[in-house]
Design a protein. Structure first.
Length: 141
């Protein structure tokens, strides 16, 4: 539950030499809150991508977010983080990859980008990956 208790995780973070860490996880109360509090105590600057984690209830997620913010973490979203890294659309070396992620994974913003590409600029529509609905496992008799 607490990745900061795992020596391999700690070693991997330390190996980067970076002190700023973005965390995401399955359960905000445990996967995020527990390592965040410890990492801040140990001198790390933690950013929590709050739209990339959740919990057993909205209340649990919101309480955990309040806890990490009170401890000093900075809340961010996936989109704000990606746009901060991109910084300027003139950076052509990362532009196409960022736009691919935006169109496929970032909801309304991605729909807006797709609209601008196709309706304003006349680009061909993006071919989005097909989602296959998993079939239920068949029990052997």
């Amino acid at each position: 539950m607490n990745s900061w208790d795992d020596r391999n995780f700690v070693a991997a973070i330390e190996k980067t030499g970076k002190k700023k860490v973005i965390l995401t996880g399955l359960w905000t109360e445990t996967c995020i809150a527990l390592p965040t509090v410890q990492m801040i105590h140990d001198g790390y600057e933690i950013y929590v991508a709050e739209d990339c984690c959740g919990d057993v209830s909205q209340l649990a997620h919101e309480n955990a977010m309040r806890r990490v913010i009170q401890a000093g973490a900075k809340p961010v979203t996936a989109l704000s983080t990606m746009l901060e890294w991109q910084r300027d659309w003139a950076q052509r070396d990362t532009y196409d990859a960022v736009m691919d992620v935006v169109k496929v994974h970032l909801g309304a913003y991605g729909i807006g980008v797709e609209y601008a590409y196709t309706m304003v600029h006349g680009a061909r529509p993006t071919v989005f990956p097909e989602y296959e609905v998993p079939q239920p496992a068949v029990a052997h008799q």
